[in-house]
Design a protein around this ligand. Structure first.
Ligand code: GAR
Length: 202
């Protein structure tokens, strides 16, 4: 038996790709990605899901009208697919305590800095790397953590440091953090949590 994973995305989906690749190579063996949920209809991540035969759902807050209705639809989709764990992989929408409380210990997120630096409300995507460069830190990295009601505030699962180099632009740094940290620790963390979920079930 495998834990059923839903991956929440909003954009390019390179972290989704890393999870798919990790499933193929056996790094993820205790879980299976059965669903991709996007809050944007134009996310390239949806194509990645389709290319690998993974079912996807688009859930649009704008169409549903409120955070409550948005989250109610997310819960519906998760229940329909009997999801055990949720991986936020570049999902750019904050989830309420109502939602995260329902899946306590079952939602993980990848953030492109060493939490507690450059995190919380307003720190997402390229902005995180812009701020790290502006501050002048010499080391940054990525963090995988549990998701609770505080943005980027849940318990840390894994972190990996990445060096900043002279002349880095936010784009160059983003790519290095993804390659050297995010794409490695996100699949490893997903496997760790899936293994724990299976242990609990048995
Ligand atoms: C990744 O760098 C991820 O860590 C970041 O957005 C990017 C998504 O890229 N997430 C956040 O900033 C969340 N606060 P992807 O769509 O190619 O995986």
């Amino acid at each position: 038996m495998k834990a059923k994973i839903a991956v929440f995305v909003s954009g390019g989906g390179t972290n989704l790709q890393a999870l798919i690749d990790a499933q193929k190579s056996g790094v993820i063996e205790s879980g299976e990605i059965v669903l991709v949920v996007s809050n944007s209809a134009s996310a390239y991540a949806l194509e990645r899901a389709a290319n690998h035969g993974i079912k996807s759902e688009v859930v649009l807050k704008k169409e549903l009208g409120s955070q409550e209705a948005f989250e109610a639809r997310l819960v519906e989709v998760l229940e329909e697919n009997q999801i055990d764990m949720i991986v936020l992989a570049g999902f750019m929408s904050i989830l309420s305590g109502d939602f995260t409380g329902r899946y306590d210990g079952r939602i993980i997120n990848v953030h492109p800095s060493l939490i507690p630096s450059f995190c919380g409300k307003g720190f997402y995507g390229l902005k995180v790397h812009e701020e790290a460069l502006k501050y002048g830190v010499k080391v940054t990295g990525a963090t995988v953590h549990f998701v609770n009601e505080i943005p980027d505030g849940g318990q840390i699962i894994m972190q990996k440091a990445v060096e900043i180099q002279d002349g880095d632009t936010p784009e160059v740094l983003q790519k290095r953090v993804m390659e050297q940290a995010e794409w490695i620790i996100l699949p490893q963390s997903a496997e760790k949590i899936c293994r724990e979920i299976l242990r609990e079930k048995n």
